[in-house]
Write a protein that binds this ligand. Structure first.
Ligand code: ADP
Ligand code: MG
Length: 382
């Protein structure tokens, strides 16, 4: 199945409309050599890219990538075809490297680091992983342990180290869950010395599923800027970061409704990221219940009380981690955790479909007709 953007040039709601049609053309050279251990067939399974480029109306050029099993749409405005093609070719390489190095369960750099941690040995990381570890340490502390990418062993125990959802079957045994929680894996256990990582706790297993998309999108924006692109949007299925604008109007983005369709839409303002954590697509299920893929690290059990949380923040890494942290915080605590994490723009949908927003978010979101929201005050520093 190929998805091609059909409204790459023109309307502000370009990224909301896609049509399945002919295979898109690839207009730039494929990488000539592949990273070690990657076959061409694996490459095409991991990552397919097409460039649907056009240059009328607002002059938006678009490319699609598959990263971490998700389609990533990149739109750039205000650059020529050659410049866009070069930037897209570099992004292809970048995304491929991220997929290989950051994967939580396929062989690769992160996998090697986790094996070393389990054996009490140090391991060499790369700058991006070191950056994610450091950011995670700060975010775990700020979120009161609700965002904690050191719980990879728990995520694996629940069967969530897979791309095939839903996962079928009963939950793991409470004893096994409790045994892992009792070891209190935390990013605090990780010492960073340059590129060398070591963990004082053999139960630490890194899983960047709650942050990787955000950081990948940040790096993609950084890369685009280095190629002279000043206006772009990098959109991974509704999780996105925008830089600059979309011609005479901002980029317009949709906020998905956990029950289908969209809750509303908003216009981006300059450089910012919009991320949603949802409990409705990836889960385990047995005859009785659904167990979503986001876990409360303090109990080891999936969180079910909120269906989705959307956060706007300055960068993708923060927005991605924060959305995960707030969905774990749940209805009673999300506003308080938003305050400690300094998040002014949050929209929450609870399990009954009720919508709650901070005042700053409510000011920006156009809810679709028939959807009502309650405003919840979060006092963050201006
Ligand atoms: P989405 O899948 O909607 O993007 P998230 O950004 O919240 O949702 O990412 C969910 C992923 O984050 C899970 O698949 C898992 O890899 C990881 N994860 C689950 N629970 C936590 C948690 N409490 N803290 C950090 N990462 C988590
Ligand atoms: Mg997240």
């Amino acid at each position: 199945m190929n998805l091609t953007g059909v409204k790459a040039c023109g309307g502000g709601s370009a990224m909301l409309r896609f049509r399945m049609n002919r295979p898109p053309r690839t207009r730039f050279p494929s990488p000539l050599s592949l990273p070690q251990g990657l076959s061409w067939s694996l490459l095409s399974a991991l990552l397919w890219l097409g460039l649907a480029s056009c240059d009328f109306g607002t002059g938006v050029r678009q490319a699609q990538f598959i990263v971490f099993g998700t389609q990533v749409d990149v739109s750039v405005r205000g650059v020529g075809e050659d410049q866009a093609s070069e930037a897209f070719a570099q992004l292809q390489q970048d995304f491929l490297a991220m997929h290989r190095d950051w994967h939580a369960w396929e062989p690769g750099l992160l996998h090697d680091i986790n094996e070393a941690f389990a054996s009490g040995l140090p391991a060499r990381a790369d700058p991006a992983i070191v950056e994610m570890v450091k950011a995670s340490q700060a975010l775990e502390a700020l979120s009161g342990g609700r965002f904690n990418p050191a719980i990879g062993a728990l995520i694996e125990l629940w069967g969530f180290h897979t791309s095939d959802y839903p996962v079928y079957g009963p939950p793991p045994s409470p004893l096994a869950i409790d045994a892992l929680v009792a070891q209190r894996p935390s990013t605090r256990d990780i010492q960073v010395d340059g590129l060398l990582l070591s963990s004082g706790n053999t139960a630490v297993q890194l899983d960047f599923g709650g942050i990787a998309k955000g950081y990948a999108i940040d790096l993609a924006c950084q890369r685009l800027r280095a190629f002279g692109v000043e206006n772009a949007i990098v959109n991974a299925g509704g999780d996105l970061r925008a830089i600059g604008d979309h011609g005479d109007r901002p980029w317009r983005v949709a906020i998905r409704d956990p029950r289908g369709g969209i809750v509303g839409s908003l216009e981006t303002r300059g450089d910012e990221a919009v991320f949603t954590s949802g409990n409705y697509e990836r889960f385990r299920e047995d005859e009785q219940l659904r167990y979503p893929h986001i876990l409360d690290p303090r109990t080891g059990w999936p969180v079910v009380e909120l269906s989705s949380v959307t956060v706007i923040a300055d960068d993708g890494l923060l927005a991605d981690a924060a959305a995960t942290a707030l969905i774990v915080a749940g209805p009673a605590e999300w506003a308080e955790v938003a305050r400690t994490m300094d998040l002014a723009e949050v929209l929450v949908v609870d399990a009954e479909g009720r919508v709650f927003q901070t005042p700053a978010m409510a000011e920006r979101v156009d809810l679709v007709e028939g959807i009502e929201s309650e405003t919840v005050k979060v006092s963050v520093a201006p």
